[in-house]
Design a protein around this ligand. Structure first.
Ligand SMILES: [Zn+2]
Length: 262
């Protein structure tokens, strides 16, 4: 992988020992990384001389090798588990917040979002109510993308420039609304690396899932084997298109239930 190609990692909730998760269904838990796993992963990066950046500083060429660390949804463990480990490593990150989830059990409160922002982390928006953007009309897109941005800016007292798509679904209409609202980037869940000349409104990200071994994590960070994940992504998209989003979710839940996570 050339130095110009940067891997963007995508995390969600972090599991703390003895603490219940925001949600319990297998499709959710698959994306919940244990605190011990996350700590080992950041330690590995540090040992290897890598830096962890926010989306804003994604392409700080002077400090390569590096990768971008992102979190979706705005779980309380962003502040309780991820932030201290990142700070110990001297890494930054972007936390994408779902505004409508703030204050719910297991999620950040507005004050905690402000705390993360004041600590120097990059705050991005992950919509208002976490819908599939592809299911929305223009009004819905404006509410979820533009209004959510205004609300987050009001909470942190700073500009919000980055958006990540709930469930990884997006289309050109969503991009249009995001551009108009003043965002500078839009992140997807497509597993590809990004470079300074990539389309900033379809940034790829690589999900770190529960139980990823350290060697597998290291390969992800080097952008190795992403073609395989990308192929799975294409196939998944075909199935989604054929079934529709809600039927796809039902089928996926059934399949994942048969294979319970650790
Ligand atoms: Zn999400």
């Amino acid at each position: 992988m050339s130095a110009a190609n940067v891997v963007f990692l995508m995390y969600h909730e972090i599991e703390l020992p003895g603490r219940s998760l925001c949600r319990v269904e297998p499709g959710y838990v698959r994306y919940v990384v244990k605190e011990s796993e996350f700590r080992s992963q950041m330690h590995l990066l540090l040992q290897a001389g890598w830096s962890g950046f926010s989306v804003t500083h994604a392409f700080s060429a002077s400090r390569s090798p590096g990768l971008v660390i992102t979190f979706d949804d705005g779980c309380e463990t962003d502040l309780l588990a991820a932030a201290p480990i990142l700070q110990d490593a001297g890494f930054s990150a972007t936390f994408y917040i779902t505004l409508g989830f703030l204050g719910r059990s297991g999620y950040l409160t507005p004050a905690q979002v402000r705390e993360l922002s004041d600590a120097g982390f990059d705050m991005g928006c992950h919509s208002l109510t976490h819908p599939y953007l592809t299911d929305l009309d223009k009004k819905g897109l404006e509410r979820e993308i533009a209004e959510a941005k205004d609300r987050l800016e009001h909470i942190i007292g700073r500009g919000v420039h980055h958006f990540s798509c709930p469930g990884g679904r997006w289309n050109e209409r969503a991009v249009e609304v995001a551009r108009k609202a003043g965002y500078l980037t839009l992140a997807t869940s497509r597993p590809h690396t990004n470079s300074p000349v990539s389309n900033a409104f379809s940034l790829g990200r690589v999900a770190v899932v529960r139980g990823t071994t350290l060697p597998a994590f290291e390969r992800l960070c080097h952008g190795e084997g992403l073609w395989r994940l990308a192929l799975q992504d294409v196939l998944r998209d075909r199935v989604k298109t054929i079934l529709g989003n809600s039927a796809y979710d039902r089928v996926r839940a059934t399949l994942l239930h048969a294979k319970r996570p650790r």
